[in-house]
Design a protein around this ligand. Structure first.
Ligand code: H2U
Ligand code: ZN
Length: 345
């Protein structure tokens, strides 16, 4: 299919029903725009001014314990509260509803200077174990119907602190992305009698050209419909709906995959690679969701170097997202990188 590599075309994201414009012929265009500052400063392993380090005082005055593994706490500035007012308006045009929920912060490590990409796999497996516990505990709350785990890494993605951490927002409603993906997976299963992402993964395993790395339980690939230059998806190979369906051994296998993917990202431009990542999984509303397939998304903004990022502006804000380098060439580049971290070589 030559047009996919050298001619403008649109690709459909079957999880959202949205199109991305791919313009592979544009990759040689000169760049005179903004250069992001390289973030290659080495952090200390403990920062007395960091509110996430063990023993530090947080903004609300609480003192963190001297934790030595993973540490989870209620966000001191939560976007959602369990005691939100129960208001509702709907006149057909002005529609609003009170939204209950809660927000957590998870520190991955007591070490201020580490990142997932540089943590030992058993330590990342403890983070995965914490995500499983949080998904179960938060999901069991009557007011919580969806649990969104996400990490904003790097100043370029708006992270407020380099200490390795993620957030969890547990909400009453399905957020927009989960809602779109839920509908698409449900419709696909109703139409075809099989799972959208199981079928997609089988296709990608046969073709092979968009796969970045894999182990027996998980695979990382650049989706056919990726919008960010080095966007990837992490897919469970078994048809499981959520972290609640993990078997013994899966925590370490997801940790292994996350380690190999994130250190490839760092190796790409030899810089701590910024991204927003997170997992999409079954809602916790008690309904049966056989159509849901557990997966993660990595959305990194960097395009050509540690200092050149992609902006989603112009046509992308008003029309559709657009990319120049093809998902296939992004996958080639990521796959060929060594899976030893550049700082450890
Ligand atoms: P981000 O780096 O992704 O913004 O996450 C940091 C979160 O930590 C943010 O949501 C919370 C902020 O509200 N926080 C606390 O809960 N306590 C603090 O003392 C500072 C920051
Ligand atoms: Zn810290």
């Amino acid at each position: 299919m030559l047009f996919l590599q050298d001619s403008p075309h649109r690709r459909l994201n079957p999880l959202t029903g949205e199109w991305v414009l791919v313009s592979p012929h544009r990759t040689k265009r000169p760049w005179r725009g903004e250069m992001e500052k390289s973030a290659n400063t080495i952090s200390p392993s403990y920062d007395p001014n960091c509110y996430l380090c063990p023993g530090s005082a947080r903004a609300n005055g609480q003192i963190n314990p001297l934790y030595d593994g993973v540490f989870a706490f209620d966000n001191d500035f939560p976007a959602l509260r369990l005691d939100a007012a129960r208001g509702e308006i709907d006149d057909g045009l002005l529609v609003a509803r009170g939204e209950a929920g809660l927000c957590r912060v998870i520190c991955f490590s007591p070490r201020h200077d580490l990142t997932l990409s540089r943590m030992a796999i058993p330590d990342i497996a403890s983070v995965v174990g914490c995500w499983c516990d949080e998904y179960r505990t938060l999901g069991a709350l009557g007011a919580v119907n969806y649990v969104q785990i996400f990490e904003n890494r790097g100043a370029a993605m708006g992270a407020s602190n380099p200490h390795p951490h993620c957030q969890i927002w547990a909400s009453e409603s399905l957020p927009n992305e989960a809602e779109k993906e839920s509908r698409a997976q449900r419709d696909y299963m109703a139409r075809r009698g099989s799972c959208l992402l199981c079928d997609y993964l089988a296709r990608e395993e046969t073709i092979g050209e968009r796969i970045v790395c894999e182990n027996v339980a998980f695979v990382a690939l650049v989706p056919f419909w990726a919008t960010w230059p080095f966007e990837t998806m992490v897919l469970a190979k078994r048809h499981i709906g959520s972290l609640d369906d993990f078997r013994p051994g899966d925590n370490a296998l997801l940790a292994d995959l996350l380690s190999r993917l994130t250190l490839r990202y760092d190796n790409l431009f030899e810089t701590p690679f910024p991204y927003t990542m997170g997992f999409h999984q079954s809602p916790t509303d008690g309904a049966s969701d056989p159509h849901w397939h557990f997966h993660g998304h990595f959305y990194p903004p960097l395009l050509r170097s540690a200092t050149v990022r992609k902006f989603m502006v112009g046509f992308e804000m008003l029309g559709s997202p657009q990319r120049d380098i093809t998902p296939e060439s992004a996958a080639d580049r990521l796959r060929e990188l060594p899976d030893v971290h550049y700082l450890a070589r």
